[in-house]
Design a protein around this ligand. Sequence first.
Ligand SMILES: C[S@@+](CC[C@H](N)C(=O)[O-])C[C@H]1O[C@@H](n2cnc3c(N)ncnc32)[C@H](O)[C@@H]1O
Length: 266
Amino acid sequence: MTRAITALRMVVRALRGDDSARYFLAEKLTHAIYPAYVFSEYGREFLRDTSFKARYESLEGTSNYRSLDRKYVLDQLVQLACLVDGDTAECGVLRGTSSLFLCERIANSGKEHHVFDSFEGLSEPTAGDGSYWTKGDLAVDEAAVRANLAAFDFVRYHRGWIPERFEDVADRRFSFVHVDVDLEQPTLDSIAFFYPRLSSGGILLCDDYGFSTCPGAKRAMDEFMADKPESVVHLPTGQGFVIRASTVPSGGRAVAAHEQPLRSQP
Ligand SMILES: C[S@@+](CC[C@H](N)C(=O)[O-])C[C@H]1O[C@@H](n2cnc3c(N)ncnc32)[C@H](O)[C@@H]1O
């Protein structure tokens, strides 16, 4: 009875325009339909960042906000990378939304932004990738991406199946790398190539780390990082990231990441 009265009060408040009451009702309704989902706190300010939302919508449209929080996290983390030497890169660009936020942050820094994509969608999933994805999913026209990022003359495009084109940047250092290819093998190839090239304090962010639809991405990152000093930070958005440590033990001597020799891809 008390719960019914509370619910009724909330309905009345919601009808009068009370935003927190609407949120309360949405939470209760969602719980009834999909109990596994839990709402986050009411009143998060990032949802009121209209400038950010408008830029997201400029490439993602207004019918899908499923990666809004992840783009926000990326946008925030890139600020840290601006203080670090080295270029930036994205493995898996799709329409270029993450690269757009990244490029806005690094504009005028002298950094180049390197984009790696087949522009033919996903490669062939393997058994460890589950059944969610199919080869060719998420294909996008390279010309459309170039148009979306046309304002940034420091973007370099490396079209091909990962890791074919990594050799193009084998002699460069990186401050921020976004790995977003959904599948195990290209995720592993990307991390194995870019981790040794991250400057001290550089960030490698994997978009797909915490999604049951991308089990191979987590396995790739966990297995690669198992013998490294840095831990993977798992965010509730589903992303996972590492910050390259300033020094790593090597043969008894602490060696800064930027002092370590680069190895070319086999
Ligand atoms: C999830 S989308 C990337 C989304 C993008 N990072 C964003 O934030 O908007 C995955 C992208 O990875 C690319 N891709 C997947 N597997 C690949 C592979 N093996 N080699 C090259 N590109 C690949 C696809 O073409 C697609 O553009």
